[in-house]
Design a binder for this molecule. Structure first.
Ligand code: NOJ
Length: 553
């Protein structure tokens, strides 16, 4: 195990309100999550990323906070949170929490005070303009749900800036008092034992908004400060940035000098790779992934990617061209109600792949073979589906399906009408068939498969820490052949993105010792010879082949 735990982490992302309800009020809570930690430990994940748990009016799934030092009462108490951290640690799991500090809720006492009087000590904690900004209707993140980024406040008699919804006023990061307060917030949760933060909306925190200026300057010292603060408070804590930015900007988030030490965020979500993976899946061709891997920005040795296929938001295809986006829409989001904000798809993965088990396995094997640490969204390990009758991104936030009993075992006592969101009850993804208990009993289930995938990844540290290269050999266009090399060993990965069997000729590879052997595959294949000739691959098949074990044998 690397001393940098995040380089070999398997992250599980969940929202507490949808996971497990311990008190029967219909809303998941921290005690419910604690009661399910054994399930997560058995699955093999090593880190839990919790979506926001703080007091909030919940107009954006908790990303609109009214108290950074508290726990939303419907989820439990600070005591429950401390116990969660402890119980998770006992099972070898760390906790990451969302740090949502680009904005607060408009009901946060800071904003209420700021609006109430120009003399409020909090007035300058937000971003104001006395005159109507010329870019008032530009830069919206939620087109269709948001009409402007500057809104008029009657109470304040001024315009205030909000990159997201109007009820999420942006904090003024140019103000040292804001910086000091948020450092305190970070220190508070680190003191309670969290292993770091997923930094929500990182680019918008850094950008120093000026009314009417389209590309405002970025203040990187914010990340510098956070890094040193986090490191000082807890040596092994990490910052994981949510930043869907272009390749040239990525290294700025992890530290400017690619040869130097990683001195800003430890981890970045690989948004660019995510969109390309979906394009490749839509086409049944490896090329988009090959291009993405070859143009993947180089991070400093100690920085790490966090890979994902689905998260708690829409599948964001904004970085594809309009034609490419149309291809992914046609394949995986053909109906208008499956799409959102003109750029994304509001579905879970299993239904997007028509519930085809082989295709689902291929997609996740591919993700877990990408450079970085994999992030898995709750319920994906079961093949859960979405509920398109729910508004916007709520479609993919339905309760975890634990068993085929009332409320899918999510809440024993609540009336179904009182659940935080309805359970998926209809169609092939209904909780009656897709649930933990049924899949734990079935040795061939997707859940069991995920257990094996995660075990294998944890046995392949090369994927987290090694150097990734795409093989320079002719392969069928549907096949991605790549490898990782690290002191710990070398591994070859073959993925067939199309539904037709193929044969791959690799030839003898440098770095192979003795006869290679299969670590993980979609089915039985003849053992590969050292020459790696005539390797068959089923339609949507995958083979992870170890070429060498390193010094850690
Ligand atoms: C990014 C989060 O992922 C998303 O769910 C949220 O709506 C916005 N930030 C605003 O906080």
């Amino acid at each position: 195990m690397s001393e940098r735990w995040y380089k070999e982490a398997v992250v599980y992302s969940l929202q507490v309100d949808s996971f497990a309800d311990s008190d029967g009020d219909g809303c998941g809570d921290l005690r419910g999550l604690i009661s399910r930690l054994d399930y997560l430990a058995r699955l093999g994940v090593t880190c839990l990323w919790l979506n926001p748990v703080h007091p909030s009016p919940l107009r954006d799934n908790g990303y609109d906070i009214t108290d950074y030092y508290g726990i939303h009462p419907r989820l439990g108490s600070l005591g429950d949170f401390a116990e969660l951290v402890l119980e998770a640690r006992e099972r070898g799991m760390r906790i990451l929490m969302d740090l949502v500090v680009n904005h607060t809720s408009d009901e946060h006492p800071w904003f209420v005070s700021a609006q109430g009087s120009p003399d409020s000590p909090y007035r300058d904690w937000y971003v104001w303009s006395d005159t109507e900004p010329s870019d008032r209707k530009q830069g919206m993140v939620f087109p269709g749900e948001q009409e402007e980024t500057w809104s008029w406040s009657d109470a304040a008699q001024s315009w205030y800036y909000h990159r997201f919804y109007g009820f999420q006023p942006d904090l003024n990061w140019a103000n040292p008092a804001v910086r000091a307060e948020i450092r305190k917030v970070m220190g508070f949760w680190l003191q309670l034992g969290v292993a770091g933060f997923r930094v929500d909306a990182a680019p918008f925190i850094l950008e120093q908004t000026v009314p009417g200026v389209a590309s405002p300057p970025m203040d990187w010292t914010i990340l510098d400060d956070w890094r040193s603060e986090v490191q000082w408070r807890r040596g092994d804590a990490v910052l994981l940035c949510e930043a869907n930015v272009g390749a040239v900007d990525v290294p700025k988030y992890t530290g400017e000098n690619p040869e130097g030490a990683n001195d800003r965020a430890h981890m970045m979500f690989s948004f660019g790779l995510n969109a390309r993976l979906w394009l490749a899946l839509a086409r049944g061709l490896a090329e988009p992934v090959v291009e993405a891997l070859q143009s993947l920005p180089r991070l400093q040795a100690m920085a790490q990617w966090a890979t994902f296929l689905r998260n708690h938001d829409e599948l964001d295809l904004s970085k594809l061209t309009a034609d490419q986006r149309a291809e992914v829409f046609a394949a995986f989001g053909p109906k208008a109600d499956m799409r959102i904000y003109d750029r994304g798809i509001r579905r879970r993965l299993a239904p997007m792949l028509r519930g085809d088990r082989r295709h689902v396995e291929l997609a996740y094997a591919l993700q877990f073979s990408m450079p970085g640490s994999p992030v898995l969204r709750y319920g994906e390990e079961l093949g859960m589906g979405e509920d398109l009758s729910l508004d916007g991104r709520e479609s993919i936030r339905t309760p975890m399906q634990w068993d085929d009993g009332p409320n899918a075992g999510f809440s024993d006592a609540a009336d179904p009408g009182d659940l935080v969101r309805p359970v998926v009850t209809r169609g092939p993804f209904s909780y009656r068939t897709v649930n933990v208990r049924a899949e734990q009993r079935d040795r061939d289930s997707l859940l069991r498969w995920f257990g094996e995938l995660i075990d294998t990844v944890r046995e392949c540290p090369e994927i987290g820490v090694g150097v990734c290269s795409v093989l320079d050999v002719p392969t069928p266009p549907s096949v991605l052949a790549h490898r990782f090399d690290a002191p710990e060993g070398s591994i070859l990965l073959l993925h067939n993105l199309a539904d037709g069997a193929v044969t791959v000729d690799i030839g003898r590879l440098p770095g192979t010792e003795g006869r290679p052997w299969e670590m993980f595959a979609d089915g039985p294949y003849p053992r590969p010879a050292a020459t790696l000739r005539n390797l068959s691959l089923n339609g949507w098949g995958y083979r992870w082949i170890r070429l060498r074990r390193g010094r850690s044998d």
